[in-house]
Each structure stands twice: as structure tokens, then as C-alpha cells.
Write a protein of this length. Sequence first.
Length: 291
Amino acid sequence: MNKTGLVLKTHKNTATLVTATGEFVKVTISKNPPNIGDTYTGAVQKEKRILKPFAAAAAIAIFLLSSAGVYAYSAPAATVEVTINPSIELKLNYFNKIIKSIPLNEDGSTLLKSINIKNKNIDEALTLLVSQAKKDNFIDDAYVEEGKIISVKILSKNKNLNITNFEKYIDNNKLNTNIDNNGKKVKKQFPKEETPINNETNKKDKPSTPPENGKDKENKNSTTNNSSQNDKEKNTENKSKDNKTNNKEINKDNNNNKSNYKTNNNNNIKNDNSNKKNITGKGQVQNTKKK
């Protein structure tokens, strides 16, 4: 079985390596011997030793403080290109830690100002980048509805990187993502969610009539009473108008009757006078004849 790691030391045809998981192993050197601090892959020798956690941490600390360790930690071992709308390039060391982040456009620069991913492992860094992109509205509802795709491309010389937590985050948030993990390609596509239309939805959409409280009822009763009172007043006014009209007509009739009465009286008086004149005239004639 082969193992890959950073070379801590060499002795004859054996190289002592520390892997990315903190495992110390001895591998057989074939042909060209590696230098201390190089990344090397070799067949594991039968004698395999895994240091206890404390001893392993101490050995790594000593290694990192050495010139070889400083070089190994700061030397790029992998490149990751992330394209959302912000585009960013990440440089990783052998331990899969971010040693450098480079914005590839203006949005990438804006996104990197919001978070610090230096010395984070790649799995955590990718999750933080996408999460912050959502907070900054680079990824919003329109982004998802339009079916836009996040692209992650990993270029590493030795192995596929572990980004399990990042993939879980993508699944939970249903974000379309294409991942090229050092040649291993994964496409995550999620169908658009359609909201079903049913009677319950229609009922919810219709505004409900709020229940009447005591004040509303009082206002309604008051309004009803006022309207009935107004109707009564209107009826009274109409009756009064009708009575006035009738009185006017009666007065007219009375005036007409009075006028007719006066006319008849005048006629009668005239007739009486004419009759008297006639009688007087006849009497005078008779007297004349007698004489």
C-alpha cells in the first residue's frame, strides 16, 4: 500500500513521512531520493508506526518550526477555483489549509472582505464562501429559480480532497453545483419546486372577514337607528308637504267658491234693481193713463 506525505527525514532507502491526517509512516525510497519538505509517495514498509496524539502533535510542531516545515506549510500543493458569480482562486498547502485566496473579479473581492478563510481547511472554507455569498445576496431566490450553477474545480497533484461537509451543505440548501475534485466529477442538480394550487391555498388567499366586536355592533346598531330615524323624518316631511299642497288646493277651491258667490250675488242684485226699475216704470205709466 502506498502513502503520500511530507518528507521529515531520509535514511538510506527509507523516508519518514507525515500524512495530512497526522500519521507518521516509513516508506521505501525508489530511485531518486526526495528532499526534506518534499511531498513524496512510496510503498509503506512493514514496520508502520502511528504516534500517539500528543507525540504526533509535538512532532508536527517541531517540524513546522523548522525551515523545512515552514516551507512545506507555505508551499501550495493544490488549487481550487470557485465560481458563483464572485470568482475566487484558493491556494492550499499539503495539509489542505488555505494559504492564499485570490479574487478573480470585483464580486470576489467584495466576498473575501466579509470573511477570513486563511488557514481554514478546504471543506470549511468552501462552506463559508457559499454561506457568505447567500448573506450578501449573490445567491438569492432569483439565482436558484434561474437554475444558475456553482462551480468548484480542484486541481491537486496527489489526491482528491475531502469536502464531505460542503457537499452536505449544498444538498441541504438545494444549490445546483458542479464539482470537479481532481478529475472526479459530481453534478448536483435540484428540480425547481412548484407550489401546488388547491382550494386550501385559495381560501388562504381570500381575506377573511374579521369577527365583529362590541363596538362594531354598537356602530352598526347606531347606523341602523340613524337611518330609520332619517326615514321617519323624511316621511314626516313628505306628509307635511302633501298636507300643505292639499291645503293650498282647498284654499284655491274656497277662493273660487267665494268669487263665484260674489259674482252670483252681484248678478242677483243687478236683477233686483232691474226688476225694481221695471216695476217703477210700469207704475208711472199707469198713473199717466189715469190722469
